[in-house]
Write a protein that binds this ligand. Structure first.
Ligand SMILES: [Zn+2]
Length: 89
């Protein structure tokens, strides 16, 4: 697996976890799903946020922030990238 594919998978996982957390935080969800307690929802929200934070940390390791000057940037096949660190921009 290339790093680019790993980053794509991470992006999908982060988007999925973010969507789940957003649904858990929607007002009225406790009324709609009254068989679960508020404590369980709070725990699920916390666990979802921890997962998102951990995935973001992993993503930052794979996609370091480019700090090179714009003169080092170029475009290849429509994708802007940095010639110095090869990061997609
Ligand atoms: Zn760079």
């Amino acid at each position: 697996m290339t790093v680019k594919n790993a980053v794509l998978i991470l992006n999908l996982m982060i988007a999925c976890k973010t969507r789940v957390k957003k649904e858990l935080c929607e007002p009225g969800i406790l009324n709609a799903k009254s068989d679960l307690s508020a404590d369980i929802y709070l725990l699920l929200q916390t666990v979802s946020q921890i997962d998102i934070d951990n995935l973001e940390i992993l993503r930052k390791q794979l996609v370091p922030e480019c700090r090179h000057p714009k003169k080092m940037h170029d475009i290849c096949k429509g994708q802007k990238y940095c010639k110095a660190c090869n990061a997609d921009l």
